[in-house]
Each structure stands twice: as C-alpha cells, then as structure tokens.
Design a protein around this ligand. Structure first.
Ligand code: 0RA
Length: 627
C-alpha cells in the first residue's frame, strides 16, 4: 500500500468510528435522548436546508410528520452534490451522511454562512435513525439512497428524471436511542415561525399527517414582522425601525419598536440561533443605543444634567438583532452566548450610524423615544429615593435582611432553599415544619404587585418585592449578580386553588421580568402541595384530580379530605407532603422559548383583554382550573 492510500484508509476508519461514537454518546451531539434531542434531529436536518436558503438558492422548505413515524424535510435548493469524491471515492452525498462534521460544508466555499447550534451536520441525524432515505433532484436526474443507523443500505441510484432541483431527507428516529418517539407540533411550530421571520421570503411548511394539521410560515417583512408579532398585545409607540448592513461576509439586521410598557425585550440571533445568553452582538447594540439616544437628547437640549442610563433607554423596548457570520464562536453555560469579539464594534458602528440617521430623518419618532427614556430616568430617581427609605427601614432588622424572613442557619447557598409562602398563617406552619438548617421561609402578604403593569419604580418600592429581592440577594436588572444568590432553590409555595395559581403567576412574572437568569440557571421551583388526603389504615396524599380518580378506584372513596389551603395542614403534614426533600414533589420552572414566554406573560398579565380571552379559550382545555 502506498503511504497515501494508508493515510486515507486510516481516515475512513476514523469516519466510521465517528458515527459509532454518536450512537454511543448521543447526548454529546444532540443534548439529550429525550424529547429535546429528538426535536434536535429535525432542526439539524432543517438547518441544512436553511443554509441553502442563506446561500440564496432555496425558497421553500417542507417539513412533514408522517403516519409511519418518519419525518421528511424537503427543500428546493440545488440538491446535495452526487459526484464521486476524488479521495474517498464515494458520492459526495454519502460523505455528507456518513462523515461527522462534514455536513453540507465539505466544500467550505459554497457556504459562507451556516446555522446549526452544534453544527454537527446531517450525519448525526443519520447515525441516530433506524432508517434514512435521501432523495436528490439535480442536473435532470432523481437520485436515491438508503441508510440504517448510519450504515449504507443501498448504493446511490438514479430512479427517475426531473426538471427541477432539491433535496429530500426522510428519517425514522431510532427507538434504540430515543425514549419518546412523538413530536410536539407546538415546539416545531415555534421554531419554524422564528426561522421564517429571520429569513425574509423563505417559506416553511409544517405538515402533520398524523393530526391532520398544516401551517405555513412566510414573512416578506422578516424582522419587521417579527417585532410586530412580539408586540402584538402591547400598546406600541412607533412603527418598527429597521435596518440591514452587509460587509465582509457579515450581515447585520436590526428591528426596533417601543411600547408603552416597562419591560425590555432584546432578542439576539446568530445564524438564526437564539442567543439566549446574549453576547458581543447584543452588547454592541446596547452600547450604541444608549449613546445615540443620549447624544440626540443632548443635541435637542432635552437632557440638561446627567445621562440616561441603559435601563432608561431600554424601557418598553422590543428589539431583534440578527446577525449572520461565517464562523460564530458560542460560549456560556448553554453555548448560546456569542463570543466573537470583532462583532461588538461592528454592530456598534452600524447601529450608531443607522439609528442617528433615522432620528435625523424622523424627528417625531425620535422625540417620542427620548421622552419615554427621560420619563424612565425620572421614575428611576424617584424609585431610588423610595428604595433608600425601605432600606433604612430594613436596617433595623438583622444584617439588612427582611424582618419577616425566617432564615436558615446554613449560610452557604449550595444546599439551601428559600420558600416563598402564600399568607402569614401558612408561613407560620412552614416555619414550624421546616428543617431550620437549610430551609428559609419568607411569608408573603397575599397577592403581590402585577409587575407587568406597574412601572419599575413602583415595583421596586413594593415592600413584598423588596423583601424578596433582599432575601434572594442577587439584585435585579443591570445589577443582577448570580454570585450573590443566597439560596440554591427558590420554591414558590401557594395553595392549590385559583388564588394560589394567580399568586404563583404573579411571582413567576416577577422572576421572568426582573431575574430571568435565575430561571435560566434552574433555581426557581414551584412546590406541589397535595389536593386530597385519603385515610385507609395509612394516609395517602393525592396531587391531582386525575390521580384521585385512579386512587379511589383502588382504595374506595371513604375518608377523602380536600385540603382547602396550606394553612389547613398541620406542620407534620406540610413537612411530609410538600417540604421534605425525600418525599415531596417540586416542579422546576424553565423557559422553553424566550419569545413565546414574553408574549404569553404580556398576554396573561398585560392590558389587552381581548388577547387574554382568546388565549384562555384556546388553552382552556389543556389547563386544569379549580373553580
Ligand atoms: C453543498 C454544495 C451544494 C449543495 C449543498 C451542499 C446542499 C446541501 C443540502 C442539505 C440539505 N439541502 C441541501 N441543499 C444543498 C451545491 C453546489 C453546487 O451546486 O454548485
């Protein structure tokens, strides 16, 4: 064997090992082998077609969930190349499907930009599928090849003629790998809507053959439509501002629209991936926005002394920053923070020049935005005074902590828990029930403020909220610092009734708007107190009506007690059912999709009654109401 042949032979073996590796440790490539991982397979396949669209060769992607359990992704791109690779001596498409990291990018020059958070490529989908069929329309011919668990089953064959081009990948997720084989229409729908907004003019169709549902996403206006959609149940102040710049293989697109609310909503995307943890693109945008608004306000003589802070200029702002770059570097805990340092300055200079220009040309909109920001600054100063007052009041209690807090004795945050408890009386039972060493109790007076409707000044001067912030320790907004978190778990404990659900929603709204990092970091939980007790020699606790039905069928209906609230339980019962880490059930709160979560909170807690009614009637069947 010649040296070269030996080398390439060895490489081919490495290729095979690569796919074996994917099957051995799938979570390394797709995050998990549960629901998320399975959806990831679809995204990975769709990303390849989106790349083809980004390169300007594809207008339509069709995703179909088939009755036989397969998923088909079809695009009208150029078709994956089928010619024989000069070194590996197999069709290029076969390499793309069997070589790790090869993806569609084996010819790097054909794609300047590529999505895919993990960028692992279509070979991962192949490795984790019981069966996969690829069909390619290219140069007048239709090609077909079949695989199983990453192995070639048939040679690439010509099976017909055609006059158009495109690629279709049909795959059956492997039941040996995945714990669930069902797809969640809603999750796919949300992601595809996002992709369509981020790629103006690209059509994406989702077709569920099982449930007989079909939806098509298509946004000619791209990001402009995206911000409008996010602000749908908010009271908007201006038409979306939009600009796009291209330079050195980099595309920057920004869309901005203010609403009369107080929340800041900035969503960053890099190659269509939602960068939940932000990064250099978002940083560059924020810097430029603060500077441009301050400069404009000074020039017009509106701002005399002091500056508008970043928080001031972002109050009521919805913005999307979407950039497309050839080689993104993702950092952070969930690999959703952009690290490329050159991007910050680039976005900063683009936003500075485009936004200044826009303000000069649209003075009436500029005036509205500046006046919103100066109002925010005034409210901020008023809030600071109020906060200082509360602080002084709190200074009488130990170490500046709220007087109502029954703290735990362990001062390290690792193993400690803070219970936020509805009502003083339940708070009292919880104090008796708890393990003093690592469980702290903060009773809350009934309903806390709806922070969705209140301005931050009011929110941050509400006593209950200040108590919570002080106990938790991290601070809020720009000052938020996770290192100062005083407890590892923050557990919301409310009654299992309508009022309790309302209080839980109010608290979650607060956490989502003021300390979303805590949710992202997995620190926020909801306690699950039981609904019923069944006495039958032993006590059984039941947590839902569905469970009650099941249990009473087994044990009979005698002795069933309905708990009206936490306050009704004895401290022993409260400990056994809701607080003892060994026996309790708690729910971890997480954000599945940031854009969707924002819209939902606005809808549930905001001013648009009509939208709320629609939302409730649409979701009523899935919710369990206690009336
Ligand atoms: C590399 C080169 C060319 C097309 C593709 C990749 C391609 C890959 C995928 C994956 C799903 N759909 C796709 N569509 C296209 C074409 C190069 C050329 O024709 O010059």
């Amino acid at each position: 064997m010649s040296k070269d042949k030996e080398k390439y032979g060895a490489q081919s073996i490495k290729v095979l090992e690569g796919l074996e590796g994917i099957r051995r440790r799938p979570s390394m490539y797709i995050g998990s082998t549960g629901k998320d991982g399975q959806h990831h397979l679809v995204y990975e396949a769709v990303d390849n077609s989106v790349d083809e669209a980004l390169a300007g060769h594809c207008n339509k992607i069709n995703v179909s969930l088939n009755k036989d359990g397969s998923v088909a992704i079809e695009d009208d791109g150029r078709g994956i190349p089928v010619d024989i690779h000069p070194i590996y001596k197999v069709p290029a498409v076969q390499l793309a499907l069997t070589k790790l990291h090869a993806g569609g990018k084996f010819d790097k020059k054909s794609y300047a930009i590529s999505g895919g958070l993990h960028g692992v490529g279509i070979s991962v989908v192949n490795a984790l599928s019981k069966k996969l069929i690829v069909e390619i329309k290219r140069k007048g011919k239709i090609y077909r090849q079949e695989y199983s668990r990453g192995n070639v089953k048939t040679k690439l064959k010509v099976i017909g003629k055609c006059s158009d081009t495109g690629t279709k990948v049909t795959f059956w997720p492997d039941p040996e790998i995945f714990s669930t084989l069902e797809f969640d229409y809603k999750i796919l729908e949300t992601r595809f809507r996002e992709i369509a907004f981020l790629n103006a003019g690209l059509k994406i169709e989702l077709n569920d053959e099982v449930k007989n549902k079909k939806i098509e996403f298509f946004a000619v206006g791209g990001l402009i439509e995206f911000v409008k959609w996010i602000n749908k149940s908010k009271d908007v102040i201006n038409k979306p501002i939009y600009f796009k710049r291209e330079m050195d293989h980099t595309i920057i697109e920004v869309s901005i629209q203010y609403n009369s609310g107080y929340q800041e909503n900035i969503f960053g995307f890099v190659n269509t991936i939602n960068t939940v943890e932000g990064g250099t693109h978002v940083f560059g945008f924020k810097t430029a926005l603060t500077r441009v608004i301050n400069d404009y306000a000074k020039k017009k003589g509106v701002l005399k002394d002091g500056n508008l802070s970043g928080d001031d200029v972002r109050e009521g702002l919805t913005a999307i920053i979407s950039i497309k770059i050839p080689e993104p570097q993702f950092e952070g805990q969930t690999k959703t923070k952009l690290g490329n340092s050159e991007v910050k300055g680039f976005v900063d200079s683009v936003v500075t020049s485009a936004l200044s220009e826009f303000f000069e040309e649209n003075p009436s909109i500029a005036k509205k935005i500046v006046s919103k920001a100066t109002d925010a600054a005034k409210a901020r100063l008023a809030a600071k005074k109020a906060k200082d007052l509360v602080r002084r009041k709190n200074a009488f209690s130990l170490g500046g902590l709220p007087g109502k807090l029954a703290d735990c004795s362990n001062k390290k945050s690792e193993n400690t828990e803070l219970y936020l408890v509805e009502g003083e009386s339940a708070g009292g039972s919880a104090k008796m029930a708890r393990n003093k060493e690592n469980q702290a109790i903060l009773p809350l007076k009934g309903k806390i403020l709806n922070v969705e409707k209140a301005n931050p000044a009011k929110t941050l001067s509400s006593e209950e909220i200040v108590n919570m912030i002080t106990a938790i320790g991290t601070g809020v907004g720009e000052q938020f610092n996770i290192e100062k978190l005083r407890y590892n778990k923050i557990i919301i404990m409310t009654d299992a009734d309508v009022d309790g659900e309302h209080i839980k929603t109010l608290l979650l709204t607060f956490f989502f708007r003021f300390m979303h990092q805590l949710i992202e970091n997995g620190n926020v939980y909801a306690a699950m107190p039981p609904l019923y007790r069944i006495r039958k020699r032993k006590d059984y606790y039941v947590y839902s009506d569905k469970e009650l039905k099941r249990v009473t069928e087994k044990l009979g209906t005698s002795n069933v007690t309905r708990f009206k609230g936490l306050g009704e339980m004895s401290s022993t019962q409260l400990w056994d059912t809701t607080m003892n880490p060994k026996t309790r059930k708690i729910k971890k709160i997480f954000i599945e999709d940031a854009v969707e979560a924002d819209r939902t909170f606005s809808m549930l807690m905001g001013d648009d009654v009509q939208a709320r009614k629609m939302f409730i009637s649409k979701n009523a069947r899935e919710a369990q109401l206690d009336v």
